[in-house]
Design a binder for this molecule. Structure first.
Ligand code: ZN
Length: 190
């Protein structure tokens, strides 16, 4: 297994729509294992393939840190999500703070539908359907956005986004450190 460097804002891979995964392979299985190791090392609850520089529709997640006693429904814990599609979303919207491993030190309140239904392939390439709410729904929507080239800050209004401008520039220039390995646009272009 390997810990992979995490791509940061504003690498173009983060704003590119990712391609569907077409087949299972040993290489894919290795990538999934590496992504879990990378996510746990960074103490993240989700990691999408574009965040390690691969533009394919795959993410891993483990929302267990958000579990409280009355929320143990079996849906928390490690999950591999391939080619996901949201087939239904609630009209109810909730707001909660989010962060992103590709945007160290940035945390913002983001509004999202509270409940969603998702179809996807699991790590065995078997079709699955899930209806989830609260933090689980939030993590899935955040990670699925990555596959469409959307960052959580893209959900902010222009005023909030403007306030983040200098922080974002620092991240893009590789001036922000994290406790996990980063691959900043500055470090790859030199
Ligand atoms: Zn993210």
């Amino acid at each position: 297994m390997a810990i992979l460097p995490i791509v940061t804002y504003d690498d173009p891979v983060l704003t590119t729509k990712a391609e569907p995964v077409t087949e299972n392979s040993e290489e894919l299985q290795q990538l999934i294992r590496d992504m879990f190791e990378t996510m746990y090392n960074a103490e993240g609850v989700g990691l999408a393939a574009p965040q390690i520089g691969r533009s394919i529709r795959l993410f891993v997640m483990d929302a267990d840190p958000f579990t409280d006693d009355d929320e143990k429904q079996g849906n928390y814990g490690p999950k591999t999500i391939i080619n996901p599609e949201i087939t239904w979303q609630s009209n109810d919207i909730t707001e909660h703070e989010e962060g992103c491993l590709s945007l160290p030190e940035v945390r913002e309140n983001i509004k999202r539908p509270e409940k969603i239904t998702l179809t996807f392939l699991d790590e065995n390439f078997e079709e699955n359907k899930l209806t989830v709410d609260r933090m689980l729904a939030r993590v899935i929507q955040h990670e699925l956005d990555h596959l469409d080239g959307i960052l959580f800050i893209d959900h902010l209004g222009s005023f909030r986004k403007r306030l983040l401008k200098s922080k974002l520039r620092q991240i893009a220039e590789g001036k922000i450190q994290a406790s996990y390995p980063l691959r900043t646009p500055a470090s790859t272009s030199s």
